[in-house]
Design a protein around this ligand. Structure first.
Ligand SMILES: [Fe+2]
Ligand SMILES: [Fe+2]
Length: 254
């Protein structure tokens, strides 16, 4: 399968015109496409199936559960598949690919459990001043993000534990917005408390998927961890130089 991967287009502020990659079988939109949601409509009528995973910015200033429902409704209308703790099997040239998708969020344990409080404080500023999401009328702060991560991770671990014998798929592809390994930390900043708002260590889940796609870090990655290939093709913000070298038409093959 050949996958065109786009994430972190940030169409709420960035100018970007998407074009289909020649030869791709699938377009994956791995979150932070448009905080305003309307930008998803630019992919209407795409020539291959579109799979969408929400980024944290699609929840900006919104109730988490209402925003998920609104995004699902928009994806239904556009004919896209939104994955939030959902799986879908797709057959390409006779091979069956199981796609497992969730935003994932983060556990703030990237620097170890003893540093969790410090990492949560580092994340709280962004969550409370910029993202300002809510759930049931309460701020969706660092503790709520960690709880949501636990739910997403537990779902993913359960799916990945399902045996392959007699399975309805040949390969598994995981798609998350947040990163599953410290190896995905942005090399501009290295590992520091703020990094825990971007990556969590899920390497114990590697090896059960051929490919793990993520976004959220505004840089590019393609590496192997525990037998799983991890890729990120985030675009980011032009004025910060993050889009330099971004290849929107690049295709990842598994
Ligand atoms: Fe982003
Ligand atoms: Fe993000």
């Amino acid at each position: 399968m050949r996958i065109q991967l786009l994430s972190d287009l940030h169409l709420e502020t960035e100018a970007f015109e998407p074009a289909p990659a020649p030869g791709a079988d699938l377009l994956v939109l791995a979150g932070d496409i448009d905080a305003g949601h309307d930008g998803l409509d630019r992919f209407a009528g795409w020539p291959v199936p579109v799979v969408y995973i929400a980024g944290n910015h699609e929840y900006d200033q919104r109730d988490i559960d209402s925003a998920t429902a609104a995004l699902r409704e928009r994806c239904d209308r556009l004919g896209f598949t939104m994955l939030e703790r959902d799986s879908q099997v797709m057959t390409v040239r006779g091979r069956r690919y199981r796609l497992l998708g969730t935003t994932l969020w983060c556990d703030f344990d990237l620097l170890g459990t003893t540093e969790r409080e410090r990492c949560m404080r580092a994340g709280a500023y962004f969550l409370e001043r910029v993202q300002c999401s809510t759930r049931d009328g309460q701020p969706f702060g660092a503790a709520a993000v960690r709880e949501e991560f636990m739910r997403c991770r537990e779902w993913l671990a359960g799916q990945l534990a399902r045996g392959r014998r007699g399975a309805q798929w040949d390969e598994t592809i995981v798609i998350t917005h947040f990163a599953p390994s410290p190896r995905s930390a942005d090399p501009r900043y290295g590992l520091q408390p703020a990094s825990a708002s971007f990556c969590s260590d899920c390497e114990d889940l590697m090896g059960r998927a051929a490919l793990w796609i993520h976004g959220h870090l505004h840089c590019r990655h393609d590496y192997l961890a525990g037998g799983t290939r991890v890729v990120c093709n985030a675009r980011g913000h032009v004025e910060r130089g993050e889009a330099d070298g971004h290849e929107p038409l690049c295709v990842f093959e598994i």
